[in-house]
Design a protein around this ligand. Structure first.
Ligand code: CTP
Ligand code: MG
Length: 392
């Protein structure tokens, strides 16, 4: 079986775009480099690649490592310091790689898709490099300044293509090719490879796999990204009986009451409905399947701790929580004064920032003395959650 390392070059200065290095700017709320990183993560999860190597400016290594450790507990990755040229950065990454083949990708190409990567990997072999290319579609002009004047001439676009990434090569042979220029000034890996007279094949790239180089490219990328979001809604429901000598815990708030909710965990009916709404929207199994009552580890567990686990699952699926609307049906005691605290408790587990608990809206309805809720035999709760994420 061929093994692959996915190397993301993200150590440039972004001089042509100006301002802060472009790879750290946000595209659709996500730093540019993370777009490629997520594609690499998907390839890793599919077993198509064996490692991810991220090449960044040396002064960003610590913060990137920290971000990555919170982003994805499961992904194995290396963070390597870049060099002063793109080729030096790539060489630093390749030197740390351990697979048979390396896929080199520009961190400034956020819209690469995994199918393109897989096609490239399928074509590579021990004597062959593979690169994605797209034909040039515009008419070409050569513009020179001669004696202070612009001299424009036409040039044929026949046989001309632009080269994209990822580019894929056998690792050791690529190292050898890169080392033929001690200054490492190659514009891409293919240049080094071809200079050694080695064989290369091209496969069709994708116009969408654009490189963000100028400010205008960023604007275009924002437009592509904003059409590229998916939205989901999930609903959740739960019911628990009210019994004497159990605490009454709702939304993580313990409330003085002669009756409490019975259940295997702390029976926080509100947190349970919220979790099922979130899991439902993400297309994940419900809490009964994820945290089965038959499993002793969940005996009397705080439902807020289970909510934190649900939050990690959503993070893994790249879901953002847009809104959670909750209706609790309870006859007694009066609960209106506790809803803010409940919203804050849930918010702390679901969001990075305190103010985001505003995205949780809890309402309480009495049972109007009708039915099981009205007779204070039980409490019921329904919740609706809206999630959203960037399509890749
Ligand atoms: N790159 C790198 N190390 C360098 C230079 C570039 O890892 N010393 C990376 C960039 O971060 C980018 C990719 O190579 O993801 C493509 O390079 P380019 O578009 O040229 O990015 P910059 O070099 O950052 O931009 P500029 O040339 O405008 O300064
Ligand atoms: Mg550059």
């Amino acid at each position: 079986m061929k093994t692959f390392s996915f190397i993301i070059a993200a150590a440039g200065l972004g001089e042509r775009i100006g301002g802060s290095p472009k790879q750290f700017r946000l595209l659709g709320g996500t730093p540019l480099w993370q777009w490629s990183f997520h594609v690499a993560e998907e390839l890793l999860a599919l077993g198509k690649i064996q490692e991810i190597i991220l090449v960044v400016p040396s002064d960003s290594i610590t913060s990137i490592k920290k971000t990555l450790s919170t982003l994805s507990e499961k992904t194995s990755f290396l963070v390597v310091a870049g060099g002063t040229t793109r080729s030096q950065s790539v060489r630093n990454g390749v030197a740390m790689a351990s697979s048979d083949y390396v896929l080199i990708h520009d961190g400034a190409r956020p819209f690469v898709d995994k199918e393109l990567c897989i096609t490239i990997m399928d074509h590579v072999n021990p004597n062959l490099g593979v690169i994605p290319v797209v034909p040039i579609s515009d008419a070409l002009k050569k513009i020179e300044i001669v004696e202070g004047e612009e001299r424009v001439s036409s040039t044929s676009r026949e046989h001309l293509y632009t080269t994209q990434t990822p580019q894929c090569f056998p690792r050791l042979q690529l190292l050898e090719a890169l080392d033929t220029d001690k200054d490492l000034l190659f514009k891409d890996e293919a240049e080094a490879w071809i200079a050694l007279g080695k064989k290369i094949v091209t496969i069709p790239g994708a116009r969408r796999n654009m490189k963000i180089t100028y400010q205008e490219d960023f604007i275009l990328a924002h437009q592509i990204a904003s059409n590229n979001r998916e939205y989901r809604v999930g609903n959740g429901f739960d019911i628990h009986p009210l019994v004497p000598s159990r605490p009454l815990i709702l939304g993580g708030v313990e409330i003085e009451s002669p009756l409490g909710l019975d259940g295997h965990s702390d029976a926080d009916v509100l947190a349970h409905a919220v979790m099922d709404a979130l899991l439902g929207a993400a297309g994940l199994p419900d809490i009964g399947k994820l945290f089965p009552a038959s499993d002793p580890q969940y005996k009397n567990i705080s439902s807020l701790d289970l909510l934190s686990r649900v939050a990690s699952l959503l993070k893994e699926g790249r879901w953002d929580i847009l809104w959670v609307d909750v209706t609790l049906q309870a006859q007694l005691p009066r609960l209106g004064s506790f809803t803010k605290q409940m919203e804050e408790n849930l918010g702390k587990r679901l969001f990075a920032f305190e103010m985001e608990s505003e995205k949780i809206n809890i309402k309480v309805k009495s049972g109007e003395r009708i039915g099981a809720v009205g007779r204070a035999e039980c409490m019921k709760c329904t919740a609706v959650a809206t999630l959203s994420r960037w399509r890749r």
